[in-house]
Design a protein around this ligand. Structure first.
Ligand code: TMP
Length: 205
């Protein structure tokens, strides 16, 4: 792959989407060919799957179905844009990727992590981010900042969201070269300065 792949991860209300948008603006200002995607979503079929996943009326969705739907959305996004765009030397920024499934469905719901990794390999064709920026915020704080109208995942218990956060922190210890943790304890601008250090390093800017 000739391009670079950077993901933004974190629990609810961590501000990662705002930071991803700032990163896009920054790289565009440098005239670098950059695309911003989100998961689940990024392409039409995956955005449709997103609606199913986040719909609060889907109360009966099993953990297995949920895991497979996140993977299905990912597989389509990878095939339709991520892989071809990386091949044509683009910089891809993605708001969430496979680490989200490990944190939310693995640590959160208790789905076997090895199974998620195997499904992940299938869905992503083995594509791994060059850099993952993980925005860390205590869930008590983050859930307060998240949108008023909670979706199917946001509505889960504080205990669930604590497991998700711990999952992310475990992942950052397993992959310290790839996953950089940024504490959400400063202004948006201040936090972006920290993000920029990692982006500049991975892109040799
Ligand atoms: P967003 O709010 O960051 O757009 O993400 C949508 C929701 O989906 C969020 O609550 C996290 C959740 N999610 C998972 O549970 N597993 C996944 O694999 C992904 C990508 C997101």
């Amino acid at each position: 792959m000739n391009g670079k792949f950077i993901t933004f991860e974190g629990s609810e209300g961590s501000g990662k989407s705002t930071q991803a948008a700032l990163a896009l603006e920054y790289l565009k200002s440098k005239k670098l060919p950059t695309l911003l995607l989100r998961e689940p979503g990024g392409v039409k079929i995956s955005e449709n799957i997103r609606k199913l996943l986040l719909d609060v009326n889907n109360t009966g969705m099993g953990d297995e179905c949920e895991t497979l739907l996140y993977m299905a959305a990912r597989a389509q996004m990878v095939k339709e844009v991520l892989e071809p765009q990386l091949r044509s030397s683009k910089i891809i920024l993605c708001d969430r990727f496979l680490d989200s499934t490990i944190a939310y469905q693995g640590y959160g719901n208790g789905i076997d992590i090895k199974t998620i990794e195997q499904l992940g390999l299938f869905a992503t064709k083995g594509l791994v981010p060059d850099l993952t920026v993980l925005f860390d915020i205590p869930p008590e704080k983050g859930l307060g900042r998240a949108s008023q109208k909670k979706d199917r995942i946001e509505s889960r218990s504080l205990e669930y969201h604590k497991r998700v956060r711990n999952g992310y922190l475990d992942l950052s210890k397993q992959y310290p070269a790839r996953i950089k943790v940024i504490k959400v304890d400063a202004s948006v601008e201040e936090i972006f300065k920290r993000v920029k250090v990692h982006i500049d390093a991975v892109l040799d800017l």
